[in-house]
Design a protein around this ligand. Structure first.
Ligand code: NAP
Length: 267
């Protein structure tokens, strides 16, 4: 397999530091640079936790990075605001983005798809890189053909910035594509405390739990007369996401289109 030159944005983050490990441990990947808003003009080896990683310059801005470094792929694991800027800038330099950052809006995704089509360039945005989570979404979509009363409960660590999670939104979108439309609950139901019924996504409900100790978990509850079905996925550590990141990096080099969701590149 040809060598793939990679930039990682957000290398000190919980996901970013796992991605640094993945890239430096993979024979046909080369980490050529890192983008970190707090550091500029240093080497990654100067930063705590990366002392053994040599020859990787750090830039505080993606544009500066792309002007100085030849790369094939940008892996972005930052925040939605800066992630969108990073993704657009990478595309403008013909560098293919693999984005794990969550919280992009529908408008953001449409804009990125437009740029990819215009430039005939690959870009993969995946709200969840865990293969088990992709299966959880696919199984939920299968079940939604038979059960149209659905509650999604996503549970994450309390440092997460966006709610509901990108995975919950993606699950709701996939379910919505096959679910017979229905406004769930009693037609006259009334929240006595605001938000008690969670977020309303086309009549089904999404609940976001935030607790220290959690990583990334989701259960999808289906209810019908006299029965229920629960589909649940748990990520117990962030390395659970890395096999998906690896597949996405390899795939984005072969595809010239915009892809939203890892399920669209897995067999
Ligand atoms: P994190 O630990 O907070 O890491 C985010 C990193 O981005 C930090 O290094 C942070 O630096 C940096 N950052 C913040 N603001 C920035 C800016 N303006 N410019 C450049 N860098 C900036 O978060 P995480 O848990 O790694 O998650 C990162 C993203 O991945 C989130 O959007 C999260 O929801 C998503 N995620 C995706 C998956 C998936 O499978 N797709 C799984 C888990 C998480 P500072 O520390 O200096 O602020």
């Amino acid at each position: 397999m040809d060598n793939i030159r990679i930039i990682i944005a957000g290398p000190r983050g919980r996901m970013g530091s796992e991605a640094v490990k993945l890239v430096t441990d993979t024979q046909h990947f080369t980490l050529v640079s890192a983008v970190d808003h707090k550091f500029d003009g240093i080497m990654l080896s100067d930063l705590e936790g990366f002392h053994s990683i040599h020859n990787v310059p750090v830039y505080n801005d993606i544009e500066k990075c792309l002007q100085n470094v030849e790369a094939d792929v940008l892996i972005d694991l930052t925040t939605p605001e800066v992630g969108m800027y990073h993704t657009k800038t990478a595309l403008s330099y013909n560098v293919r983005p693999v984005v794990g950052t969550t919280g992009f809006t529908k408008t953001d995704l449409e804009e990125l798809e437009g740029i990819c089509n215009e430039k005939d360039l690959g870009c993969i945005i995946a709200p969840n890189f865990a293969i088990g989570a992709i299966l959880m979404m696919k199984f939920s979509q299968m079940a939604a053909k038979y059960f149209n009363d659905i509650e999604i409960i996503e549970l994450h660590h309390d440092k997460k910035l966006d709610a509901p999670s990108g995975t919950a939104v993606k699950t709701a979108e996939m379910i919505s594509a096959v679910r017979e439309k229905k406004q769930q609950g009693h037609p006259n139901e009334k929240e006595t405390i605001n938000g008690a019924r969670g977020a309303d996504f086309e009549g089904m409900h999404i609940h976001s739990v935030r607790l220290p100790g959690l990583i990334a978990h989701q259960q999808v509850l289906f209810g019908a007369d006299g029965q229920s079905l629960t589909i649940r996925h748990d990520s117990y550590n962030r390395s659970s996401f890395m096999s998906g990141v690896k597949v996405a990096v390899e795939t984005v080099m072969k595809q010239n289109k915009f892809v939203y969701g890892l399920e669209n590149i897995l067999d």
